[in-house]
Write a protein that binds this ligand. Structure first.
Ligand SMILES: [Zn+2]
Length: 94
């Protein structure tokens, strides 16, 4: 079985359901980190324009690099915002 590069799999090879845009929003995260694999451009975007049901990694399917026009992009959590949020909530710093 061919694996989806935007999904995580457990030890038995079962697909792990990814968080959705709505899940991230519920955690107070409204941004995402996007990386272009062609020109290595890295940007932070807001996720406001994406529907809550959309699997977070699949934001990449709807994007095109604003630098080189490539669709070979990947989306990850905006780690800086994630840590800032965690710090604000718990007082802990990573
Ligand atoms: Zn690019």
């Amino acid at each position: 079985m061919r694996r989806n590069p935007r999904r995580a799999y457990d030890e038995q090879g079962r697909e792990i359901a990814p968080p959705t845009v709505g899940d991230a929003r519920a955690e107070g995260e409204t941004t995402a980190a996007v990386t272009c694999h062609s020109c290595r451009r890295h940007v932070i975007i807001t996720t406001d324009r994406f529907p809550a049901w959309l699997p977070f990694p699949d934001i990449a399917l709807r994007l095109r690099c604003s630098g080189c026009g490539s669709r070979d992009v990947s989306v990850m959590k905006d780690i800086q915002a994630h840590y800032a949020h965690a710090h604000a909530e718990t007082g802990w710093r990573m």
